[in-house]
Design a protein around this ligand. Sequence first.
Ligand code: MNH
Length: 459
Amino acid sequence: AQSRIPQPPALPFIGNVAQLDRELPIQGFALLAQQYGEIYTINILGRKLIFLNTQELANEVSNDAKFRKGVVGSLDEVRYLSGDGLFTAHEDEPNWEIAHRLLMPAFNTLAIRDMMEDMRDICTQLLLKWERFGPDHVIDPSDDLTRVALDTIALCSMSYRLNSFYTENQPPFAAAMTDFLKECHIRSTRPRLVQALMTGTTAKWENDAKFMTDVATRILNERRENAIEKKDLLNTMLYSKDPKTGQGLPDDAIVKNLLTFLIAGHETSSGLMSFMTYYLIKHPETMRKLQTEIDEVLGGQPVQYQDLSKMPYLNAVIRETLRLAPTAPMRLVKPVEDTYLANGKYFVKAGSYLVINTWVYQKDPKVWGEDAQEFRPERMLDGKFDALPPQSWQPFGFGVRGCIGRPFAWQEVSLVMASILQKFELSFVDPTYNLELKQALTVKPKDLYIRARLRDQVP
Ligand code: MNH
């Protein structure tokens, strides 16, 4: 039988926005899911959003033939910088297809393997920093892991050194990126009228975008004048042709995609490493188990590419972290045609906005059981992981618009986390710390501070 999609009571003009936690929308959305169940609709600033909160519904709309990615809200704001680059392209923009076909080979596991040494270069800077500051130094892991992620993607994509470890504050490019993305998030929650009055804020946001575009354009032009022999992503984009049309990417599309990799490829990875740090310190038994695996495989040597396939527990820990704390907490799709969800139960119009709430639905008790909210990497070991109901775990999105950087992120995070845990014993500065969240375009732990002591150092 057909049901109405429940809607919490709305206020005139502003819809449900008053009910939402503006600092931490995922929290508000999770509470509404507890109250209303598998599906509800809310109205935010005149836009009607339908939230899907279970594995069954997420699986149903993970179907490229019937549902297409929607670029709405903060993602639409990011478009000001990255335009029709891969991440923010609308479904029908021709440069998406060309860039997709041209870049897929550059992001596959084999190609990423060649980036191992660049990744190690940046990882070593973090290890040296923590070692030299010593066991009493208070570390903000999100801060240093963001340095790692941003410097790594800049080096691997365009052989550009941001050198974030050599400055006290963020270097100008990193600061522009952080400020820009934060403002994109806030802009998407501001009423239009308020936005129109904030000319200073808007000017800064525009200047940050222009600054980053200028840097990427300069790097592109310099590369054209001085070719280098290296398989970075910039060279791939400069010299490969789309196998289908024989076309190359126009310069402005190359710039937009360079910026895309920096946007999509740093906060998500650094957030994942920060959450993983939290969960491991919080669960000493898991930490011991993982360090034992790492010690056995590495035998005191630096991580090599071939070691990564020999650490199943490391994979399980990364998977479980991404289940409980998917750093890209939701995604949005639109039905191509009018359709019904849940065997005819809910009617949704073509083009309506369906939010797949990854943060909520990856904790669906129907899939994970009563301990769905708990951190238990054992359930993510290969055999069990492969036997899960379809799309139970989807931190990298789905289908043609799924994450192109997944093998890159996996290799980077495995290398960095295994290297850290091989070398250091980590602890909370505040032993009673419990996870709190902060949200911008992605989600990260809030007020998490740790110490890192060399493992062979006597306490
Ligand atoms: Mn990534 C798309 C999550 C790392 C580049 N990424 C997506 C999507 C999710 C996602 C979810 C789909 C978004 C949507 O449907 O609207 N990405 C992640 C996570 C990590 C990550 C959780 C790390 C952990 N991503 C990376 C890295 C890069 C990258 C690293 C680049 C080097 N991601 C992309 C690009 C897209 C994307 C590009 C857009 C792909 C497309 O639409 O064609």
